[in-house]
Design a protein. Sequence first.
Length: 555
Amino acid sequence: MKRYDLIVVGGVAAGTKAAAKARREKRDWKILIVTEDADISYAGCGLPYYLGGIIQTRNQLVVKTPDKLSRVNELEIMMGHRVISLDRKAHEIAVRNIDSAEEFRLGYGKLFLATGASSIMPPIPGIDLEGVLALRTVTDADKIMKLIRDRKGKAVIVGAGLIGIEMAENLLARGWEVAMVEMLPEILPPFDEDVALWLRRHIEKKGVRILTGAQVRAISKAGEGLDVEAGNEIIRAGMVIMSVGVRPNSELAKATGLELGARGAIRVDKTGRTSDPDIYASGDCATTYGIISGSEVWAPMGSTANKQARMAALALTGQDAEFPGVLGAMAVKIFDVSAAKTGLNAAEAEKAGHDWVSVLVPADDRAHYYPGSAKIAIKLVAERKTGRILGAQVYGSGTVDKPIDAFSVALAMKATVHDLANVDFTYAPPFSTPINPVNLACQVMINKMQGKMEGVCCIEAYGEVNAPDWDGLILDTREAAEFRLGTVPGALNIPLAELKARLPEIERFKDKRVLVVCNFGKSAYDGYLRLKHLGFKNVKILEGGTWAWPYELEK
């Protein structure tokens, strides 16, 4: 029986990273990767863009071939083999050749589990029909690509998370009609509802039909297509993409008695070690820690897998190394806009028991006069008393990853809005504004925390002004030409310069709710300050202005 210093079970991100890093640390170790996949190292996050034709060839998705890993990293590779059992006491694994069914045993000094995760295929009638697919591996992409090339029609995507949204865009680009079915009340669950509503409006304008609060009850064969029973209707489809999430592949670990943690993933400490001191795990099959909460979480992301596996490889080769955990940082391209998130959203901050406050601030991503300048909005969440940043969401047609990365660093450093309000970020017209969007969001948050500004989110404002007992004033402080571009239904237009002269028109609202509106918030803030000075007692700003208003505007 052959014995190895390290056997890695699984490849892709975590497995190949751990094996390669262990090799750099231990030149004399015998290291083996055992995987049942046809592709050992591929860019899973790029699969939707391959299907959409942005990535033109399958080979571009392959990060490393088995041959290259073997030659360059001096690793043994065993493709098409499944680990069927694990004897922890003997330090042995049983392996089966998938093609020949031959079985044999191998010994290990250290074992690294990178068994990943699998797409959830819910137990609904018709889930096994031809044309019902998921997207997790390159093999999955091959099956979808064949359907894309062989036919045209309507695709039903079940689940409106990150992958579902990316698939909608890329299938539409291939000439398919797209309908999305989401069980939850709104799309993109990692984002707050006001942000998700704005993004949903944009997606629908591109021609994607979205059903929320709807479950797929059954799928049945209908001629050459499929009938999808969703909500209260039947949708005829040429293919169905299941994108309802993934579950950790932790069966091997469970069968051998290793501890499982959050969401049934393999429990590991910050070094990546499992409940067995000679077995480590990382990536989509393993738990990690939330940096903000400090509690155990499951975070199946390629970026997490790579970083966590690197630290685990250092630890299992005798180094003093720990992976600090995750913030839940993510980004998604949605046609010609983008959205990114890090840390907690407002709903998550509430659930975690924080005394939180949020603010929504539109900004230019670079000098407004520079070609290519575009709008973004930052939704910032912080502790009400201390100003410690808890999370941020950035979305719009401009650059979103740059500010979200700044907030990720701030979260990792436990920084406050006071710390970031005047940070000396890089400035030149092609890159930023004189007051960086991150500075601006923190400055507005400080105003709100200090009571210098009272704002209301679009959802709360919409509910209030559409209530049967609404008797307040919606005041739009822009110039008439801007006002005519679209405003909140029912708004009265009084430009800032005319406010004092036209005061008699609105005197009767001094003791009633006044919602001040403009396009982005600056004019509304000036109007808010003037109204407060003039004795209006219950004034609030519509945060994000008409730009972030996810409902119909009145023109």
